[in-house]
Design a protein around this ligand. Structure first.
Ligand code: CP
Length: 313
C-alpha cells in the first residue's frame, strides 16, 4: 500500500512496490485519457530550493494531466525562507494546504529530515544535494523496462561525475537490487564512485576505469552524466574536468547496435548534439517517461489510482 507514504530514496519501496508504480505508468501511457480526472480536487506543492527544469515541470505536468492542481515556488527567495523561516516550518505549513509535496534542496539528507516530522502528507524527494534523486531512478527504470524489456542482467556503464551525481547514486543502488546487473564506472579518479555507494555492491559486480573508449563496446546501457559544477569547491578544478568525456558520433561507432544512451539531463558538453539523431539516444524519451512515472507515483501516494474512467473499447 503506497497511499500516504514518503519517497526519500528508492530503498523506501520494495521491488514489488516499484513494479506497481511501473505497471500503473504503463497503463497511463496506454490509456492516458482514462486518468484525466483521477486527481480532481487534489493539490500538489512543489518546493524547489534549487533550479530544475525536468523534475519540477514533469511533476507539475503530471499533476495537471491527472486533473489536479499545483502550488509552490521555484525560488525560495519568493517564500518566507527569505525571512528566515526553517524548512520544517515551511513544509509543515504547506501540509495544511496540499495533498503531497515535492521537495528539492541543496543539502544532503533534507528530505529524510522533513519526512520524519510530517505525518499527514507524502513528501517526495526531488533531489537532496549530491545524495539521492529517487524519482529520476523511477524515470530511468521505466525507460530501461520500455527500451530493453527488463531491469535485470544488464551491463551498465555510468560515465562522468560519479562523485556528486545523485541520479547515479540512486540508480546504481537500485539496479543492484535486480538480478544479474554488472556496472562499469567510468570517471576521472577525482570524480570516482564514492566508497559508500560501492559498499552496497558485490566486489565482482563492478569495474572502474577512466577510459570510455576501452569499454563502450561491452555495454547494454551507457548512462552519461554532467559534471556537477554547483557541487565543486574550486572553479578551476571544475574547468579542468568538465569536458573529460564527450560522447560523439565517432565514439558511438564502437558501441553495440542495441546499446542505449541515457542521461538524466541537463547536458552541457558531455553528449555532442550530433548523437541526438542516433536511434540509440534515449535521453529525451527518458524525460517523457519521467512525466508518466510521476503521474503513476502521485496517483499511488495520493490514493487516487482507481479514480479511472475507462473509455469504451
Ligand atoms: N534530471 C533532472 O533532475 O533535471 P532537472 O535538474 O532539470 O530537474
Amino acid at each position: 500500500m503506497l497511499k500516504g507514504r514518503h519517497l526519500t530514496e528508492p530503498g523506501d519501496f520494495t521491488l514489488e512496490e516499484l513494479d506497481e508504480v511501473f505497471d500503473l505508468a504503463d497503463d497511463i501511457i496506454e490509456h492516458e485519457e482514462d486518468y484525466l480526472d483521477a486527481a480532481h480536487g487534489k493539490l500538489l506543492a512543489t518546493l524547489f530550493y534549487e533550479p530544475s527544469t525536468r523534475t519540477r515541470f514533469s511533476f507539475e505536468a503530471a499533476m495537471l494531466r491527472l486533473g489536479g492542481q499545483v502550488i509552490g515556488f521555484s525560488d525560495p527567495k519568493a517564500s518566507s525562507a527569505a525571512k528566515g523561516e526553517s524548512l520544517t516550518d515551511t513544509v509543515r505549513t504547506v501540509s495544511c494546504y496540499a495533498d503531497a509535496a515535492v521537495l528539492r534542496h541543496p543539502r544532503e539528507g533534507t528530505a529524510h529530515l522533513v519526512a520524519k516530522t510530517i505525518t499527514d502528507m507524502p513528501i517526495i524527494n526531488a533531489g537532496d544535494g549530491g545524495h539521492e534523486h529517487p524519482t529520476q531512478t523511477l524515470t530511468d527504470l521505466l525507460t530501461i523496462r520500455h527500451e530493453l524489456g527488463s531491469c535485470d542482467n544488464k551491463v551498465v556503464g555510468v560515465c562522468g561525475d560519479l562523485l556528486f551525481g545523485r541520479t547515479i547514486h540512486s540508480l546504481v543502488k537500485t539496479l543492484n537490487r535486480y538480478s544479474g546487473n554488472k556496472f562499469v564506472f567510468i570517471s576521472p579518479k577525482e570524480l570516482c564512485m564514492p566508497e559508500h555507494i560501492k559498499a552496497h555492491l558485490a566486489p565482482d559486480s563492478y569495474v572502474e576505469t577512466d577510459s570510455l573508449d576501452d569499454v563502450i563496446g561491452d555495454l547494454d546501457i551507457l548512462y552519461m552524466s554532467r559534471v556537477q559544477r554547483e557541487r565543486f569547491v574550486s572553479e578551476e578544478e571544475y574547468i579542468r574536468l568538465k569536458d573529460y568525456y564527450i560522447l560523439d558520433h565517432n565514439k558511438m561507432k564502437h558501441a553495440r547496435p542495441d546499446m542505449i544512451v541515457m542521461h538524466p539531463l541537463p547536458r552541457v558538453n558531455e553528449i555532442a548534439v550530433e548523437v541526438d539523431k542516433d536511434p540509440r539516444a534515449k535521453y529525451f524519451d527518458q524525460a517523457k517517461y519521467g512525466m508518466y512515472v510521476r503521474m503513476a507515483l502521485l496517483s499511488k501516494l495520493m490514493g487516487v489510482e482507481n479514480n479511472v474512467k475507462r473509455s469504451e473499447a
